[in-house]
Design a protein. Structure first.
Length: 361
């Protein structure tokens, strides 16, 4: 991961240098027009030249910090010429620092950086990146910027301001390495940041991290596999149950006619066999047709046994996982006009059985 540090561009032709700092090591600065961002760039700090950002220390006692900052911003805005962007920060118990920059200049500088794919996290007046102690004035230079920094002022290093602000106070010039350390410190905790309010950096919200996405994919695949396995198990269960019931039906049909081999043709063959034996009296076909139609309308119901006596009564054993399913089949039979009797019971597997007799109306 790396940190980028540059001078905030203040015109359309301004081409400041951009430094990349990797693990505290400063790389060679490249002009903004030649610089290419990298995916490992963690943060960008842009330093506003002293002449373009006005810094003022306000003494506002007896107010809460947020109230004092609001008053200071109002004062700084009123004392400025034109439309400005102002931020404020309370320092200690006495002072509030305000930093003011022309709104148009802020917009233009951010646009110039955006052209190169850069979106600064911190925009700070260069003077506020320099630390000082009481009774000392510091002078700092960085990328064609020069600033005089006192305890309560930060101003361009211009001869006309020396006598007014400095007088006989000694000026200590900050060494390059010391200044670089200070700039890295600013990237962690800036005194003020002009990227507030109207110019606050808009960061996209990450709804899901790559690791979370990876685990979500794994869980989704696992759920799909489990669902498919459950489907296969259920299909196998019903396939076995269907084969078992078909075997029972075929066995019952073969008691009437041993030559019956196909369960799908059992009804027709049984009717023909009964007619040949003179047992059906013309009632077996409609009774079994009504029974099979009622059973087919209720998928969970199956026929375990089927007998037809010389008294023209169809005797069957119906099976289902629950009594409600069998009741649907019985209601359907009654709606077809057949007379039925039903005696419920349960087998050892827990299935609901009904001993059923069906008569013609």
């Amino acid at each position: 991961m790396s940190i980028l540090i540059t001078r905030f561009p203040v015109s359309a032709i301004d081409d400041p240098l951009v430094w990349r700092v990797i693990n505290g090591e400063w790389q060679i600065g490249l002009a903004l027009s030649e610089f290419m961002p990298d995916v490992g760039d963690q943060k960008l700090v842009a330093l506003v030249p002293p002449a373009e950002a006005r810094c003022v220390w306000h003494n506002i006692p007896d107010l809460e910090p947020r109230q004092a900052e609001g008053v200071a911003k109002l004062r700084a805005t009123e004392q400025s010429l034109g439309l400005v962007h102002t931020v404020a920060h309370n320092v200690g118990d006495e002072f509030v620092i305000t930093a003011t920059i022309a709104t148009a200049l802020m917009q233009e500088g951010l646009a110039r950086l955006a052209v190169r794919g850069l979106d600064p996290d911190i925009v700070i007046p260069f003077g506020l990146s320099v630390n000082v102690v009481p009774n000392q004035i510091a002078k700092a230079r960085f990328d064609d910027m020069s600033v005089l920094r006192g305890l309560t002022f930060a101003t361009p290093d211009e001869p006309g301001l020396h006598d007014l602000l400095i007088g006989d106070t000694p000026v200590e010039e900050i060494e390059a390495n010391q200044l670089r350390d200070a700039l890295l410190l600013v990237s962690e905790s800036p005194l003020v940041n002009l990227r507030e309010g109207l110019f606050e950096k808009r960061t996209s919200k990450i709804l899901i991290t790559p690791d979370q996405r990876k685990w979500l994919l794994r869980i989704t695949v696992a759920l799909l596999v489990v669902t498919m396995l459950l489907g296969l198990v259920t299909w196998a269960k019903y396939w076995n149950a269907t084969n078992s019931e078909n075997s029972r039906v075929l066995l019952s049909a073969q008691k009437i006619d041993p030559s019956i081999k196909d369960v799908t043709l059992a009804e027709v063959q049984v009717a023909r066999a009964l007619q040949e034996k003179g047992l059906s009296n013309g009632h077996f076909a409609p009774l079994t047709a009504g029974l099979w139609k009622a059973v087919h309308t209720t998928p969970n119901v199956s026929v375990r046994e089927l007998r037809f006596g010389s008294d023209a009564i169809l005797v069957a054993v119906l099976a289902a996982p629950d009594a409600a399913s069998i009741n649907k089949a019985l209601i359907a039979l009654q709606q077809y006009g057949f007379r039925i009797t039903a005696t419920p019971r349960q087998d050892t597997s827990g299935a609901t059985l009904v001993d059923l007799t069906v008569r013609m109306p």
